[in-house]
Ligand binder design. Structure first.
Ligand code: TMP
Ligand code: MG
Length: 190
């Protein structure tokens, strides 16, 4: 598969599907080709590390931790990367959509990992609620949708189930709070 420069590649799916692992794989792939790549993530995602992107099993890569997506422009100005990797894109404002468009216009490839749905089954809204990740997926050149495995039946899980309903749409956590589920065994609230 060959894409011109300025591609938008989105990695989507429920929790525990390997989205960040895939982002790291794609990042490593570019570095083996001697391309300059940077990884960024939102400060909100402090689950496993304040500096690195991290998978649930603690595989990490150094990243820029951004309070706002606008800070990415400054980082890109300094680093002049060929590729920008964004983890947990749902935890930025909808301005992330414009920032990505601008990077692409500068022929920078953008790879994005995103949680596609809330535990309630809605397209994940960006933090300012002005758009949701559906727009990001619609803009993508290429989408990899990953599944997890439902612990109830062993079938493919496309949903994320919240173990204790808290009423908060944004609730950072891991297996202490969430489980992957197939459509049949998923329910929005316990
Ligand atoms: P992950 O997709 O890399 O596992 O991370 C998803 C993050 O999103 C994790 O911190 C939990 C959080 N989250 C919410 O805030 N609300 C939700 O409805 C769901 C399903 C996850
Ligand atoms: Mg992740």
């Amino acid at each position: 598969m060959h894409y011109s420069k300025g591609l938008l590649w989105v990695i989507s799916g429920p929790m525990f599907a390997g989205k960040t692992s895939e982002l790291i794989r794609l990042y490593d792939r570019t570095t083996y080709a001697n391309q300059k790549s940077i990884i960024v993530k939102p400060m909100l995602d402090n689950r496993y590390s304040n500096t690195d992107v991290s998978t649930h099993d603690n595989r990490t890569r150094k990243s820029y931790v951004l309070l706002n997506i606008e800070e990415l422009n400054e980082v890109v100005g300094l680093e002049k990367p060929d590729n920008v990797f964004i983890d947990e894109a749902q935890f930025f404002n909808s301005k992330v959509l414009n920032v990505i468009d601008d990077l692409r216009k500068e022929s920078i490839n953008v790879y994005v990992s995103v949680l596609n749905q809330t535990s309630e089954g809605h397209p994940f809204p960006f933090m300012d609620k002005k758009a949701d990740v559906g727009t990001l997926l619609a803009k993508a050149d290429y989408i990899n949708t990953f599944t997890a495995i439902c612990p109830i039946c062993g079938k493919f899980a496309t949903k994320t189930f919240k173990i204790e309903a808290t009423g908060h749409e944004v609730d950072v956590g891991g297996s202490n709070k969430y489980e992957p589920r197939c459509f049949e065994h998923w329910e929005p609230k316990k």
